[in-house]
Design a protein around this ligand. Structure first.
Ligand SMILES: Cc1ncc(COP(=O)(O)O)c(C=O)c1O
Length: 436
């Protein structure tokens, strides 16, 4: 057996092996998954713009006008007018002096963090940040301190570790696997008081939260107060790519220092034109964002009425935490067999013991579809030997047991967040208050 086959076998044994499924047609509310029809509850096409006729047409027109590729990094073959137009438009949308396009959210986060957190500095990173932020921390020459999820006391304590060195605080605004919102006001207050820069990743908030879908930073009244807001074009805006919204000076710095911008081909013109059209639609049809919010509420309420303990969050991302990877895969398969596609999310994407079914709602779902989905999930749980957590089990801070005992009435599912774990190289002590 080769080393790779051994490793693959090990992943299978641990229930961590992944494969991609084949989807026929666009990312609409209903799709054909591996040949079977299903309600799609795991796409980030939150506003249904990825397959909107106007957005498709804008991409097609752009392909005819500017071609399908940007040819090179913008530092090599220049900024095309279509990129500049969208940047101006995005700066207006975000209320910042400038916006700088990147190839993707992953490239934006890794590039921006490494450009701002250089050797001799400190990065403070929320423990549930997205992998692209974690990888950005790893790329940066700075020391990384991971603070407890959304814990402002811990963040303030961690700032003490900066001890006069340049510090950067990085956080998702909407946490991609938990659907909760970072305490942005508190983070910005600490940063401004103690002299740190801030990078906020709005990947799941752009087009989803805030006035006119302007994001969680705008919703918190913090427009212009965050050093770099990273937004994506690939989720609610239905296209592909990302941007850093910031001051003109910061944009100049990133153009000179962000390696993922400098050494990577600019995003394709059709994707850029599609995002521009998506922004126009969001502005013309504010009801689309309102519909997403309403649908998120419908889904949360429907799951609650089935007995699940669902957090009250304003986002379309709803985790059903089932403990082990095997539980999550079972539940995903059972749901799919019943015509519902929600993805099983396992370590290392989420901390050990908190594998989950991640449900994401779109504006294009009907309320009836979402209510029926809650019932389907309940049936799939029953079949998988899982049940909703009882009230006395709510907020348990211990991982759900890994194995299911025969005859047991099922492992409880917690929809609230799992135990807080650290996953970067520098860990803040859990008894930090004493240490401080
Ligand atoms: C919070 C967060 N940030 C960044 C990204 C990466 O964005 P992109 O898919 O554009 O690379 C994702 C993607 O899943 C995400 O969830």
């Amino acid at each position: 057996m080769s080393l790779l086959s051994e490793r693959l076998a090990e992943l299978r044994d641990r229930g961590l092996h992944r494969r991609t499924r084949l989807i026929s047609g666009p990312q609409g509310p209903r799709v054909i998954v591996d040949g079977r029809p299903a309600l799609l509850l795991c796409s980030n096409n939150y506003l249904g713009l990825a397959d909107h006729p106007r957005v498709r047409e804008a991409a097609a027109d752009a392909a005819m006008r500017w071609g399908v590729g940007a040819g090179a990094s913008r530092l090599v073959s220049g900024t095309m007018t279509v990129h500049r137009r969208l940047e101006d438009r995005l700066a207006e949308f975000e209320g910042t002096e400038s916006a700088l396009l990147f190839g993707s959210g992953y490239l934006a986060n890794t590039g921006v963090i490494a450009a701002l957190a250089q050797a001799g500095g400190v990065v403070l990173s929320d423990e549930l940040n997205h992998a692209s932020l974690i990888d950005g921390c790893k790329l940066a020459g700075a020391e990384t301190v991971v603070y407890k999820h959304a814990d402002l006391d811990h963040l303030e304590w961690a700032m003490g570790k900066a001890a006069g060195r340049p510090a950067v605080i990085v956080t998702d605004s909407v946490f991609s696997m938990d659907g909760d919102v970072a305490p942005l006001e508190g983070i910005v207050e600490i940063a401004q008081r103690l002299g740190a820069r801030t990078i906020v990743d709005e990947a799941h908030a752009t087009g989803v939260l805030g006035p006119g879908g302007r994001g969680a930073v705008a919703a918190a009244g913090l427009t212009g107060e965050v050093d770099v807001v990273v937004g994506t074009l690939g989720k609610a805006l239905g296209s592909y790519g990302a941007y850093a919204a910031c001051s003109a000076e910061m944009s100049d710095w990133l153009t000179n220092q962000a390696r993922t911008l400098i050494f990577s081909t600019a995003p394709p013109p059709p994707a850029i034109a599609a995002a521009m059209e998506a922004l126009a639609i969001i502005e013309e049809e504010p009801k689309r964002v309102e519909r997403l919010t309403a649908n998120s509420k419908v889904m949360r309420e429907a799951l609650r009425s089935e007995g699940f303990d669902i957090e009250d969050q304003p986002t379309p991302i709803i985790p059903l935490i089932v403990g082990s990877a095997a539980n999550a895969v079972d539940l995903c398969e059972e749901a799919l067999a019943r015509g519902l596609y929600a993805q099983a999310i396992r370590p290392p994407t989420v901390p050990e013991g908190t594998a989950r079914l991640r449900i994401s709602v779109m504006a294009t779902h009907t309320a009836a579809e979402l209510k029926a989905a809650a019932v389907t999930i309940t049936r799939a749980c029953e079949h998988s030997g899982l049940r909703a957590a009882r009230p006395e089990e709510r907020g348990r801070a211990v991982p759900v047991a890994e194995s299911r005992a025969p005859g047991d009435d099922g492992q409880p599912i917690r929809a609230s967040r799992g135990p807080k774990l650290f996953d970067l190289e520098v860990e803040a002590p859990s008894d930090f208050r004493r240490a401080a």
